[in-house]
Design a binder for this molecule. Structure first.
Ligand SMILES: C[S@@+](CC[C@H](N)C(=O)[O-])C[C@H]1O[C@@H](n2cnc3c(N)ncnc32)[C@H](O)[C@@H]1O
Length: 710
């Protein structure tokens, strides 16, 4: 897994009445998610009004066709059914709050892509183009400067959980898809979402390369609450769907993941994030020795000292005012001087090697390069092409900001992608590299005991949420996950209302020749190379929601889901059981469905329950939290473990109080694992259909569809 560590805080689970804190940083124990039969005890909720939904969906389509809709109109307001609430006032209040939250989240979006603030709103602000890091494929470049803290536009994050439940996981080959995810904690509270999790974050999170000396973006507020549409990742911002909304759990709750600049970024600069030192040190065989950020800083210092002690004593090597003027002047030097300097510089290199191979790798190999490396800094010197001209980007790149995310105009669809500028029919809306998955990688299995002989059989539990973001054909086991910015927000529209289509990219970076290769070769490649283009099929105006026709299977699947789905089925989250300890089944979280609040947030708890958000142990005795809420602490763990479990897990005691600003008291409310929407039973799962004829016939290795499996 691409261990892109943004921070090194560890998360500890704290049960308020117990003083031992158990390290959950590694895992929460091997917990299983249960089979569907466990949903039997669900309580009836009937708030989802199917007819009203279908009417509204029709209205929304009519509005879009008539182009009289406003992209910011939020149909959830009208669809959010409330008839289960007895108290009209409470219902109204809750609805108003939900509206306010959704409006806030829209405002937050708009702040991030207010293109009118730029000198030319039609100027593309971000390009896909070849990376300045050799052999690392494509990268992202900005054409506008950023100041530290400025955010890039919002992206989705998709939680991928319980990899050990893949059928193939134990004896499978290395997979490219494992190179891309972030740690689960990259998504707020992700560390607690499941026993084991990873986070796929497209856009900056997947498309940018990492140069540890030139990192200019980082995930913003990884721990703080990032807004999400349903707020189940966060107790503080909730735009929650209710327990009985048919779209619940069908799209990610992390719909507002932000990256922010960490330095002053120049127009034309390549965007880099840190994958973390370990990502590079664990791949030295494949990547060679890659310096860390500190290595470049130290290398700069070594060159400065070398320059002061040697170059300034050799005035003839420097420009008139003592500043080097580039490489040519070195050519004029006498052989003797150059030989002396080379010998001196080799000493510097030898000393650096002794200190560390990564430090050595940060230094230029030749003394002739020292002046340029001094001027640029060793990091920039090592990737000289990492700042490009606008002309170069226009010539070699593809624009990635023709769309931004917002609340979809489609009821129950979550967020959508909207045009930032007019796009003519036939023109490219965006282009995107795709990561390939084997369908089997997205299935979740559980081994269960067979009644007759006690033997174990594998039972299909369901599919990862990522399925809903993958493109494929029902007759092929190969799936494609696009990862350019914003592309994953594009929703489905019927044949009549769709305004975009997908095709293999015409970009020179798309490896069209791979389409002739056998399926197995494509699946086992450890590099991406295939790309899709999304093309406008009619003239688009700024603010239009982009809609792709997802195909007949998808449409039928969604309609089937609506007709089969019942709040009864959808309203219970799985009970989490411990694989290793059958006696422990009852201790882990489950949703208390008698709680009429649906998904209460801390503010809901405050407003509706009129009680303080955080309760003392005594208060909890009279007034317990809902069962899917837990309290957690966050702190730097003590260096040593008090004891070590058999499996190496660290058990430590909280003996220190740390004052850092991003550490919190042990009073944070979090959702318990497996209590977010995408774990709920009966949630919609369906691959987005690629048009017939797009995939080569020799990739059609299935003759039945897996599509109807939820
Ligand atoms: C690729 S995602 C699109 C982005 C998604 N709306 C989000 O907020 O993250 C596909 C998922 O969006 C939802 N969706 C897309 N189009 C829809 C539609 N026309 N009606 C209902 N749900 C839709 C479904 O949950 C689907 O599985």
């Amino acid at each position: 897994m691409k261990e892109r560590r943004m921070h090194h805080r560890f998360y500890y689970y704290y049960s308020s009445s117990i003083t031992i804190i158990i390290c959950l940083h590694r895992h929460l124990g091997a917990q299983a998610i249960p089979t569907r039969t466990d949903a039997a005890a669900a309580v009836l909720f009937t708030r989802f009004d199917r007819d009203a939904y279908l009417n509204l969906a029709g209205d929304a389509a009519r509005r879009r066709r008539g182009r009289d809709d406003d992209a910011s109109v939020n149909y959830f307001r009208q669809t959010s059914p409330t008839k289960n609430f007895d108290d009209d006032q409470q219902q109204q209040q809750q609805q108003q709050e939900k509206d306010a939250r959704i409006n806030n989240s829209q405002t937050a979006d708009q702040q991030n892509y207010d293109y009118d603030n730029y000198d030319d709103p039609d100027k593309c602000t971000v390009y896909l183009a070849p990376s300045s890091i050799p052999h690392s494929g494509l990268g992202m470049y900005t054409t506008i400067p950023y100041t530290p803290g400025t955010k890039f536009f919002p992206e989705i994050g998709i939680f991928f959980h319980d990899k050990h439940r893949q059928y193939l996981v134990n004896n499978d080959r290395p997979r490219l898809s494992a190179q891309y995810p972030w740690l689960s904690s990259a998504l707020s509270f992700g560390a607690f979402d499941a026993a084991y999790g990873e986070s796929y974050i497209p856009g900056i999170g997947m498309l940018t390369n990492s140069h540890l000396g030139l990192v200019n973006f980082r995930l913003s507020e990884p721990w703080m609450m990032q807004r999400s549409m349903d707020g189940t990742d966060s107790l503080f911002y909730s735009d929650s769907l209710t327990l009985d909304d048919v779209g619940r759990g069908a799209y990610t709750t992390h719909g507002h993941v932000m990256f922010e600049a960490v330095s002053h970024i120049e127009a034309g600069e390549e965007m880099f994030v840190s994958y973390g030192d370990e990502w590079f040190t664990s791949r030295e065989e494949a990547l060679g020795i890659v310096p860390g950020g500190d290595d470049f800083t130290e290398a700069d210092e070594l060159l400065r000292i070398f320059s002061e002690t040697h170059l300034q004593n050799n005035d003839q090597l420097l420009g008139e005012d003592g500043v080097n003027e580039g490489e040519e002047q070195w050519d004029d030097d006498s052989d003797d001087t150059l030989a002396n300097l080379t010998a001196e510089y080799e000493m510097v290199l030898r000393n650096a090697s002794e200190k560390g191979k990564r430090l050595r790798a940060a230094l230029p190999d030749n003394v002739q390069d020292v002046p340029a490396a001094l001027e640029l800094g060793t990091a920039r010197f090592s990737a000289k092409d990492s700042i490009q001209s606008l002309e170069w980007l226009e010539e070699n790149g593809a624009c990635l900001d023709n769309i931004v995310s917002g609340v979809s105009s489609i009821p129950q669809a979550g967020r959508g992608a909207f045009a930032t500028r007019s796009i003519k029919e036939g023109d490219q809306i965006t282009t995107t590299p795709v990561l390939t998955f084997d369908r089997e990688e997205l299935l979740l299995w559980e081994s269960v005991e067979k009644m007759d002989d006690g033997g174990l059989v594998m039972e299909l539990l369901g599919q990862q949420l990522l399925v809903n973001y993958c493109y494929g054909h029902a007759n092929s086991s190969l799936l494609f996950f696009p990862y350019a910015p914003t592309v994953n927000f594009i929703n489905h529209g019927s044949i009549e209302e769709s305004n975009a289509e997908i095709r293999w990219s015409r970009s020179p970076y798309h490896k069209a020749e791979w389409l002739h290769e056998p399926l197995e070769d494509v699946k086992s490649r450890m590099k991406t190379g295939l790309m899709f283009d999304i093309i406008a099929t009619r003239d688009l105006s700024r603010g239009d929601e982009i809609l792709l026709y997802y195909g007949k299977d998808w449409e039928e699947g969604w309609m089937q889901h609506i007709s089969e789905w019942s709040p009864t089925m959808d309203s219970e989250h799985p009970v989490v059981v411990d694989d290793d300890d059958d006696d422990n089944n009852a201790t882990l979280p489950h949703l208390n469905l008698t709680d009429s609040l649906g998904h209460p947030t801390t503010s809901d708890l405050n407003v509706i329950e009129k009680t303080p958000i955080v309760r003392t142990v005594d208060e909890q005795a009279d007034n317990p939290y809902p069962s899917y809420i837990m309290t957690i602490c966050r702190f730097e763990p003590p260096e040593e473990c008090v004891t070590q479990n058999m499996d190496g897990a660290c058990i430590s005691r909280w003996t220190h109080v740390y004052e850092e600003k991003d550490l919190y008291r042990c009073s944070i409310l979090s959702r318990r694992p497996y209590s977010k929407d995408h774990f709920a039973y009966g949630t919609f799962r369906q691959v987005i259909g690629l048009p017939d004829g797009l995939l080569p016939p020799h990739w059609m290795d299935l003759n039945s569809t897996l599509e109807s499996d939820n």
